[in-house]
Ligand binder design. Structure first.
Ligand SMILES: Cc1ncc(COP(=O)(O)O)c(C=O)c1O
Length: 444
């Protein structure tokens, strides 16, 4: 057992059960363990290592920046910070906007809320978010999240947060009969929630435009309808793009799938921003939000805001996505991965739903029987047989991620096509055995 099992508090697990291999290196889509094994990473760790592990351009950029200047606060200028802000505004087309740098995703979301309240002069304005969403684990972000794991730790109402049902087409909370109708009904429900409080009382709607760790992928009708509803009511729309940006959903930023019609007022970024080589988050503000804030004192701060080492990693990451054509590659590989998963679904009745695939992000939702859609286990529990599947995959050299009844596939965008094919073959074999186990359970 590794020494840190006794000394470190590890996230989202029971400490007594933590027993993971120590990783001593990485290359491309593979991680290297201390005992000499190579593991194919089919989840980009926490859906963050979009560029794979130890990307040479980023390692070189961090090394060069460390030799030149490790740190100055944002009271001073720093070249990589200036360059990264410029690149983010350019890639998102937020001309005349500004960027505020944070340390990760949770504080990016909290600051996006802070800025929308300050810019809209609604200091105690309500924020509307979704049930079953995840926006981070600090107190403000827990309030924004509709996450069953942390629901008892925080009172969303005290943070002026309201949760609404998600556009979860497979189990639509609005009892609609098509994915498109579910997306529209979810957006209409938010419009009604704003009207019920009065638009002057609502500062923002904060939601994921596409993928999130909850495995809900909004139907294409949702985001444009939400944008229309928020714009008509002069309520800021914040896109939590922490997971969905930087090619994960086939675009630089997932909202770009909808063109100008989908442009939010603010975006929260992290994860793929540096490909997780160093911690960094950002809030990108549109020009009108930036203009509203400029004459006011910005009443917030983070010692490490725009840390030069992290920003140098961010600049190198953006250059890599660009020069290696990774956004388009993700779109193409994502489409073929989706086809392969749909094909797998025809042979395995446990696979209730397959969704995503706009980029290298797809979700399998597992059920006891396809017709009844009865969940494999009650959300958010992980069925013991699924736990065994993950561990058998690891023994075979592949790391898959699961949450509840969902298998989340989100490999690094640089992964080889043969590696994806081999990993999916393995997954199909293991899901075949899982179906056998469930058949026996159903029969007894
Ligand atoms: C959509 C989304 N928002 C926010 C976060 C929180 O980011 P961080 O862990 O960097 O605080 C996550 C992390 O998984 C996420 O997936």
């Amino acid at each position: 057992m590794p020494a840190e099992a006794q000394t470190v508090l590890h996230t989202w697990c029971r400490q007594t059960e933590w027993n993971a291999p120590t990783i001593v290196g990485g290359a491309g889509a593979r991680l290297l363990t201390a005992d000499g094994r190579s593991i194919l990473d089919m989840s980009s760790l926490a859906e963050c290592s979009n560029l794979g592990h130890q990307h040479p351009r980023i390692v070189a950029a961090v090394r060069a920046q460390a030799a030149r200047l490790c740190f100055v606060t944002s009271a001073w200028g720093a070249e990589p910070r200036a360059r990264l802000a410029e690149l983010l505004l350019e890639k998102s087309g937020f001309e005349g906007g500004r960027v505020y740098f944070t340390l990760g995703g949770a504080d990016a979301n909290e600051h996006a809320v802070k800025f929308s309240r300050q810019a809209g002069r609604k200091p105690l304005g309500w924020v509307i978010t979704r049930e079953r969403s995840y926006h981070g684990a600090s107190y403000g972000a827990m309030a924004l999240s509709g996450d069953a794991r942390t629901a008892e730790q925080v009172d969303p109402t005290a943070h002026r947060v309201v949760h609404v049902p998600p556009p979860y087409a497979y189990r639509c909370p609005f009892q609609t009969h098509s994915a498109d109708a579910c997306g529209t009904a979810a957006a209409d429900h938010i419009a009604a929630a704003i009207d019920a409080r009065g638009p002057r009382q609502v500062a923002a709607v904060l939601m994921e435009p596409n993928a999130g760790t909850n495995g809900i992928v909004a139907p294409d009708t949702f985001w444009p309808a939400l944008r229309r509803a928020t714009r008509a009511r002069d309520v800021c729309l914040i896109a939590d793009e922490v997971m969905s940006a930087f090619g994960r959903c086939g675009e630089w930023f997932a909202w770009q799938r909808y063109g100008e019609e989908g442009r939010p007022d603010l975006m929260a970024l992290a994860k793929g921003l540096t490909g997780a080589h160093l911690p960094l988050g950002a809030v990108v503000l549109s020009a009108p939000v930036a203009r509203a804030l400029e004459p006011q004192t910005l009443l917030t701060g983070l010692t490490y805001s725009g840390h030069p080492l992290s920003c140098a990693a961010g600049v190198a990451a953006i250059e890599s996505y660009e020069t290696e054509g990774l956004i388009a590659r993700s779109r193409e590989l994502g489409a073929s991965m989706l086809r392969r998963l749909r094909d797998m679904q025809t042979r395995n009745p446990l696979i209730g739903d397959v969704r995503g695939g706009h980029g290298l992000f797809a979700v399998l939702e597992l059920v006891r029987a396809r017709d009844s859609r009865e969940p494999l286990s009650p959300w958010p529990q992980l069925h013991v047989a699924l736990k065994r599947l993950l561990s058998a995959a690891l023994d075979a050299g592949v790391s898959f991620a699961a949450r509840g009844n969902l298998i989340l596939l989100a490999p690094p965008l640089i992964i080889g096509e043969h590696d994806v094919a081999d990993a999916l073959d393995l997954l199909e074999r293991l899901l075949g055995s899982l179906a056998q186990t469930v058949r026996t359970e159903n029969a007894s």
